[in-house]
Design a protein around this ligand. Sequence first.
Ligand code: SPD
Length: 369
Amino acid sequence: MSMKLGARRAAAAAAALAAVTSGFGAMAAERIVKVYNWSDYIDESILEDFTKETGIKVQYDVFDSNEILETKLLAGKTGYDVVVPSGNFLSRQIQAGVFQKLDKSKLSNLSNMWPVINERVAIYDPGNVYAIDYMWGTTGIGFNEAKIKERMPDAPVGSLDMLLKPEVVAKFKDCGIHVLDAPEEIIPIGMKYLGLDPNSNDPEDIKKSAAAWEAVRPNIQKFHSSEYINALANGDICLVLGWSGDILQARDRADEAKNGQVISYRIPKEGTQMWLDMMAIPKDAKNVAEAHEFLNYIMRPEVIAKASNFTNYANGNLASQQHLNKELFEDTTVYPDEATLQNLFVKKPYDSKTQRIVTRAWTKIVSGK
Ligand code: SPD
């Protein structure tokens, strides 16, 4: 079939346009996964390796409070494909219908997970339908060895007396004290300290814990859930009620800086919360296939072990344990022994009425009024 010059030009222009549009099509098909995780919770080389291997880009944003994540999830359209709430929050978010069921046919690495941790996760997600454990840990006492010793040679560093006994905590006021800004954790820990059931929903019990925190409030410089890592590492504060791995990261940062600050972590002898942070896919996630690929990658033993070795948190992957640094795996403040585990509590989700009471009590504690 012959074509006139004009027609040929028109056909060439149409072909060129088609090529350009299909180029745009190819750009639009670029694969991405949007992840919202806790700050200081991954070795970023893991994200780069994932992209190199799969071609899937990772948009990685961070938060430092379950409340921030929950507000976004309940409002909907977070724009994220993978989020990481803690168990008690996950449980009520499942009830609220914010997650989609995992497609286990795409998660061949599920067999690497640790049945002991799966069972604990099932308290929040019966049948392990919506979420897989990323990391878990405890909330305890981080301190600067020299600064504490200088002020109180026989300081009870392994006890919540460090923070909740007024005459003890007052000794450390001048060297700086931080406490997590995490009401659903700090109020139950106060209850455990007072010998009450940390899972009690009785307003009187909550009031007693709040009163204990109010009594020591003047000594606390800040309620914050991530600044303490550097503050502790640099010697700007000497005491914190914080998360296990974060405090151990502060220790490592001080060691690396060779700044002479020696930081230690203790699980309080009175017992404390053992929490589990879980990866889940929001119902309205746009990149569901990529989210499953990401989760499956994270469940590779050597990948999650790399994350633990970097963050100093325990993970829920049994097969990863042979890849963990020996020091980390043998550290009983990270992988607690049986006796310590028995003394840890797992927080059940609050009903909405109790949640409101706790939030009000917390505002009063933090404001100091
Ligand atoms: N920097 C990472 C901290 C992760 C802490 N998870 C919080 C659990 C709270 N219950």
